[in-house]
Each structure stands twice: as structure tokens, then as C-alpha cells.
Design a protein around this ligand. Sequence first.
Ligand SMILES: Cc1cc2nc3c(=O)[nH]c(=O)nc-3n(C[C@H](O)[C@H](O)[C@H](O)COP(=O)(O)OP(=O)(O)OC[C@H]3O[C@@H](n4cnc5c(N)ncnc54)[C@H](O)[C@@H]3O)c2cc1C
Length: 409
Amino acid sequence: MYDIIIVGAGAAGLSSATWASITKKNISILILEKGNKCGRKLSASGNGKCNITNSIFSEACYHSFNDGFISEFVNTHSNSEIIDFFNKCGIMVYEKDNYFYPTSNQAKQVTSRFLEICKAHKVELEYDQCVTDIKVDNDNCYIVKTTDNEYRTRKVIIASGSASCPELGGSDTGFELLKKMGIRETDIYPVLSPIYVDDKYISTASGVRLNAVVSLKKDGELIKETGQLQINRDNLSGIAIMNLSCYLPMLGKDSLKDCIYVDCLPEVSWEELKKFINSQVFAHRVNNVLSILEGLFTTQFAKYILDRVHIEYDCGIEKLSEKVINKITSNIKKMTFTPICKYDINKSQASLGGVSTDEIDWSSYESLKYRGLYIVGEALDMTGKCGGYNLMFAFISGINAIKHAIKDI
Ligand SMILES: Cc1cc2nc3c(=O)[nH]c(=O)nc-3n(C[C@H](O)[C@H](O)[C@H](O)COP(=O)(O)OP(=O)(O)OC[C@H]3O[C@@H](n4cnc5c(N)ncnc54)[C@H](O)[C@@H]3O)c2cc1C
């Protein structure tokens, strides 16, 4: 018999067990992990550097089908909780452009430190144990069944994550388990992924990076994100694009057409850009249109723009009519794309939706149906933008659940 069983050794499950270990409570904890490794997403996070939180923390940083839950979370927590927790774990953190990282810049080291602390406090961890069923017995204890074992515990914390990024262990086994228990979930979509677009020239611009403003048209409104845009063989990527990918699943098929705009030169206004191109034409300093665009971008990107507007690279500047200049300008200031799919689960860093937040107590994360059972992390309907918000939620929910769970043990 255990005091607490944690289902899933990811960011939420490990931080839960680590917090309990640090507070030195004499409790027995078992973590059941379906894979043969723990913290796989945590170890890969932030390009391996582990972006754990952010100094900008507002309701706009999260998505949920329940706006009230976002307000409650943002109004009751702050990034200092994460920084304190990391300090308690002996991990120093630093801030760069609002993003917080461990000073080691090593996500894997964060996972190892959590494990080290858990091990020192005799937390048990069993790999290759996929939890398939949870039942309540006559003494109000939980019987937790895995594919080949059965365990008894007073309390359970479900930290099973989402199906996003199966390569790093994402699966929906946790949702299947909770569904069997009658716990409701919202619609669930993989998000925070690149956006694949219908553009026959895009591969020619593969490798280009730009500081851009990217926008998505949704219900007549423009949702804007600023940041580095990365062009790949068949998709657009980068933090700003990944953040916009959270809105794609909600768009009807007809709304996908031309719904993404990129301002490739946000520092320069339309008028300034047109004036610049006209001045080059007038001054006759260069011979052709490609040379004009090479004054603005790399040759590779300049050629891509001209391909998109069907203008020959060596088109003489004397042939550049006002109409053509307008076409080039609008391809720079409002380059338009049509997504060809709404998401890619393999490249997705998180899921939109999850267990409905109506199923839990918002401060303790305890199920309203099953006392002593908690649901935390990405398994819940709460999704952060890029910038450390998902790990922050995983850590805070994991820690709050175990704080509550150990109160009466
Ligand atoms: C490549 C990548 C980079 C990312 N970078 C960042 C970043 O820099 N900052 C940020 O904030 N977020 C980042 N994220 C998102 C963040 O990593 C996740 O939101 C976070 O790890 C979720 O934590 P979790 O514990 O809820 O789920 P997970 O970390 O997915 O852990 C769930 C665990 O439960 C196990 N499990 C599932 N079902 C069962 C079952 N039935 N029985 C037993 N075990 C089970 C899984 O194997 C897994 O180990 C990134 C994600 C990816 C994929």
C-alpha cells in the first residue's frame, strides 16, 4: 500500500514527487511510467535548454475552453514559485529576453536533478508500467492496474500528459483511462507546431529566417504574433507561427484560404517601402528588379518573392510599372499563405484541450468525482503559448496537487 501513486514521470509527475521529497514528509510515493525513460519532453524542452517560465505572465499566455480557469491560474500564481522551486532543487536559473532557463542550459540535467532528489527520498519509480485502469475499493483506497501489475494506494495523481509528439512518448492512454472513469474531456487538438502551407515555391526559400510579424485571420479578426519566422521545405515555423497554430484547429475548412499573413519587413511601413523601391527605379543605380530586392533581403529570399509574383529576376527596372511595384510591396508587407492542414501531431509541442477543468477543484486539482485523485499538467485543458508557460503549468499544478494530497497523510 502506497500513500500516493503518480501516473506518469513527465514534468508534472516528477515535479510533484520532487516537491514532496523536498518537504521531507514521511510518505510513500510510487511513480508508474509507461515508457522506459522519464521526463522525455522535459529533457527536450526549449531546444534542450529547458525554458521553464517567463517574466510576462498574463491571461493572454494561455488557451483553455474555460477562460475562468485561466484567470484563476494567472491571478493566483506567479513565476517566482517556479524560481523558488528550482532554487530549492539546487538549480540556479537566469532570465534572457523574459525567458527563464537553468544556468546549465541543460534540460536533461533538470530531469536528472528531479530524479536524484526523488531517489534520495526513497520515491519508487517503475518503468514500462502503463496504467490501464483505476478502481476504488471498499476502504476508499485506489487499485491502480497496469498491463501486468496491480498496486494499492490512498491517493493518485494523474500526470499522463497528452498525445502530442509521440516520438517523445506522447500518447492518449491517460485520456482513455480517465474516460473509463467517467471523467469528461474537451475536444483535443495537437498544437504548437509548424504550419504546412500550399506554396509551390516554398522549398526554394528553405532555411530563410526573418524577424517578422505574422498574423492569422479568424472570424474577421487578425491575431498577431511577432518573432523569428523560419521557412522550411514545406512549412513555416518559429515561435510566432507555433503560437498561431493554436488557432488553426478552430477554423472551418473554408476559412483556411489565405488566412496567414506575414509582414516580412515590420520595421518599414508600406509607404517607406514603396518609396524605397521607386527611388531605386528612378536612380537607375541597379539594372534589374532582383538587385533592388537584394538591397532588402538575402538573394535567396529576394528570388522567392519574385517567384511568388511571377516576375523574372532580370526584369529591367524600366519595366517596373506602379502595378508591379505594388504587387512586390504587398508580397513583402502582406505575404499570404493557405495552410494545407490544421495540425501535425508529430511536430506538436502541446495539446489544446484535455480533461475538462469543470472536473477538478481549481486550487487543489482534485477530481470533484473522485476524492483523493488529482489531475495535473498537460492532461488538463490548459495550454500555454511558447515561452515556458506549459512547463510552468505542469510544475505548478503538480506541486499544488501533491501539497493538497499530503495534507492529511
Ligand atoms: C520538443 C518539445 C519542446 C518543448 N519545449 C518547451 C519549453 O521550452 N517550455 C515549455 O514550457 N514547454 C515546452 N514543451 C511542452 C512541455 O514539455 C509539456 O507541456 C510538459 O512536458 C507536459 O508535462 P506533463 O508532465 O503534463 O506531460 P509529459 O511530460 O508528456 O509526461 C507524461 C508522462 O506520462 C507517461 N504516461 C502517459 N500515459 C501513461 C499511463 N497510462 N501510464 C503510465 N504512464 C503514462 C508518459 O510516458 C510521460 O512520461 C515542449 C514540448 C516538446 C514536445
